[in-house]
Write a protein that binds this ligand. Sequence first.
Ligand code: SF4
Length: 372
Amino acid sequence: MTVLIPDELRKIREKTELGQRLNEAEALQLLECGDLNGLGQLADEANRRKNGDRASYILNRYFNYSNYCILSCQFCAFSRKRRDADGFELAVADMVQKAREALSIGITELHIVGGLHPSLPFSYYTDMIRELKAVDKRLQLKCFTAIEILHLAWLAKKPVPEVLGEFRSLGLDSLTGGGAEIFRQEVRDRIARGKETAEEYLDVHRTWHKLGGRSTCTMLFGHLETLEDRVDHMRQLRELQDETGGFTGFIPLPYQPDNNGIPVEHSPDGFDMLRTIAVARLYFDNVDHITAYWVGMGLKLAQVALSHGADDLHGTILEEKIFHMAGADTPQRQTENDMIHAIREAGRVPVQRDTLYEPIREWAGEEALAKG
Ligand code: SF4
């Protein structure tokens, strides 16, 4: 591994301080950097310039409407076929019940994705959004990955812009960023054959942004990709962000190795996770927020990431299946106090945010720690 000499770090610091954009060669050099402390410090400075001392979390609840899927992405431990005993699908009424329960404990966002279901009609999805929004219009809905949108457009026999427009008018607040994996097709073919191409992923988000919608973006890392592939992936996201400005945040997702067909035995190690977050912060000069996803990296390392460029810990989640079926050994949920405590211990001011990263409450004092 190359150790970046201090002169080079200084050059990159000068560029970022002047607001100059890092190029792909510099991003690659940083991903190869052996000086995690130096890199983390640069990323921390870049983060503080954007977000000050604040770090955010969201009170959210995950659930999946179904794990039946017509695809069989090689890395996926979540999807099931009809013949499988542990396949499931939720009725809209079940989801409404989950939404009511979530609201009663202060949840502000439902995060809902599923497999590409073989037979549910398009009306199931429109009913889902309409009825969940009817529970309380303040409950924000962050639903569907790009491949689900393509599947639903195919199902409805409608163009993608029409489907997205329909969901937006029914109250969908944000698309999720899931499904980006790694854009380079050769890697995609080995981990998620049959899934949408990079161009298709980007085009769904582009269309959504042009309709006024917002979304997050992701990168699944630590499997078969090279560091060049990570840079190429981030480059394509940064270019779309230059075009639309519609990404609210970037969420690097550490690969989970269990129960799938990919010949990789381990998740990326802690250094790799922190380095990737730091480089993302430095490279994405046009994305405001970088999330340390505790489900994949553990809350303690996510907390450390708050001094390596991340400014967001994601959410309380309550019920996560996709990462845990692939081997994540993290808990299913965090309490609000866990998140506030983790952020305070990292020397930051905790901010409860909404789906669009707008602040709901800033915890300047100690009051939250008394809550259950
Ligand atoms: S990753 Fe998504 S599209 Fe691929 S098999 Fe799993 S559920 Fe289906």
